[in-house]
Design a protein around this ligand. Structure first.
Ligand code: NAG
Ligand code: NAG
Ligand code: NAG
Ligand code: NAG
Length: 360
């Protein structure tokens, strides 16, 4: 044990004698992904965490280890349906279950999300709202949640998934009742009620290429900037599949739609699902897609970090959302690191060696 530990620390200095024990196939990383990300000049490498798995101590010992993940996002705990289950009645239990241990662990948080079309409580979706009453409901919700998590969030996803793939506004209770200006109201409320310096993000999927949707987001930002509506960043969710993922160059070009306007970017929900059953070829392709995605952030100076949408296959959202697909995460069911984990670690290590990013 002692000998192999020393060898792991000094692999380049010590010529290798016959090992006293079988060598592990991969030497354990001295630093986790969060630590490597910092060295590469990112603010963080993070993970989403869901409440349903918090009783699994093997899971939580990794999830709340800031060397592995120095940023966390509550997968569900801060969404409207849980936070304001009855009108004007706020319940932060599920949010706190993620936020409190991550504060103790010294991790930062991307908070998610003030406004979405999904996971809304029944009282809200079935209400008979006017534009004025619904705007009051929105302001009151943001005011309370922002105030409760005052100072706890590096960033807030203020508005999530407001566009269709063809670049038109998504029809939902917000658009249909208030009109497209609900988006700027949400950002103004967020600026008014969050702690100073909180980064306000627009977050969406399918904007990891230059396409109708990402161009619509860019147009929204240009309009906001002309009229002094606050916005600081764009989250590229990055839910990819092994058979269909954007290239490194696509993700770079998509980010530049936003960084060219002075905004920061982040990959906020990265995962790479595949058609089950798994095989070595799919696993290798998955590793390459993870690596190329992370590299597209490392190489983009205004990309602040990457968040995976959970790191452990059994709690991923994929199997229950896409029939026949799964194994989208960095760690398998036995908590073994998959090729994708090592590929991401390699990219972050190379990023530190390249030294192309400004230091923090
Ligand atoms: C708040 O939410 C938690 C978690 O869902 C639940 O167990 C608890 O009963 C709720 N509290 C109230 C007062 O409704
Ligand atoms: C919804 O509110 C409007 C205006 O207050 C009212 O005229 C209408 O009857 C209400 N509809 C329902 C289904 O309650
Ligand atoms: C854009 O997409 C939405 C949602 O799929 C659809 O309802 C709408 O008709 C489309 N609009 C155009 C102009 O293609
Ligand atoms: C490092 O440098 C190489 C060669 O210039 C480049 O292709 C790559 O994208 C850079 N970044 C990382 C994270 O490897």
């Amino acid at each position: 044990m002692k000998v192999s530990y020393i060898l792991a620390l000094l692999p380049l200095v010590v010529a290798s004698p016959a090992p006293v024990r079988p060598r592990p196939t991969r030497a354990r990383q001295a630093l986790g992904l969060g630590g490597l990300a910092r060295k590469a000049g990112l603010k963080y490498f993070g993970t989403a965490i869901d409440n349903v798995v918090l009783d699994n101590t093997q899971y939580t010992s990794i999830a709340f280890d800031r060397s592995e993940f120095n940023q966390v996002t509550a997968s569900n705990g801060q969404k409207w349906v849980h936070i304001e289950p009855k009108r004007g009645v706020f319940n932060y239990t599920l949010g706190d279950e993620i936020v409190d241990p991550s504060k103790d662990a010294g991790q930062i948080r991307r908070c998610h999300t003030f406004l979405w079309h999904n996971q809304l409580p029944k009282w809200l979706t079935s209400g008979n709202w006017t534009k004025t009453t619904l705007l009051n409901v929105l302001e009151n919700h943001i005011k309370h949640e922002a105030d409760y998590y005052w100072g706890d969030c590096y960033a807030w996803d203020v508005v999530n998934e407001a566009f269709n793939d063809n670049g038109t506004y998504r029809s939902d209770i917000w658009l249909d009742t208030i009109g497209p200006e609900y988006i700027e109201h949400a950002f103004r409320f967020a600026r008014k009620y969050t702690s100073p310096g909180t980064k306000l993000y627009y977050n969406d999927y399918g904007i990891e290429r230059v396409n109708s949707k990402s161009l619509a987001v860019q147009a929204l930002i240009k309009d906001f900037q002309k009229r002094k509506v606050p916005i600081d960043g764009v989250g590229l969710q990055s839910h990819f599949t092994v058979s269909r993922a954007p290239l490194y160059t696509d993700v770079r070009a998509a980010q530049q739609l936003f960084t060219s306007l002075g905004l920061e970017t982040a990959l906020t929900e990265l995962d790479v699902r595949l058609d089950l059953p798994d095989d070595a070829h799919k696993t290798a392709t998955q590793a390459k897609i993870y690596a190329d995605s992370v590299r597209a952030c490392v190489d983009e100076k205004k990309c602040v970090g990457v968040t995976v949408w959970d790191f452990w296959d059994p709690v991923s959202w994929v199997p229950e959302t896409f029939a026949g697909e799964g194994n989208a995460c960095l760690l398998d069911a036995k908590f073994n690191r998959k090729p994708a984990y090592y590929a991401v670690a390699d990219v972050l290590t190379r990023g530190a060696a390249n030294g192309t990013r400004r230091g923090w």
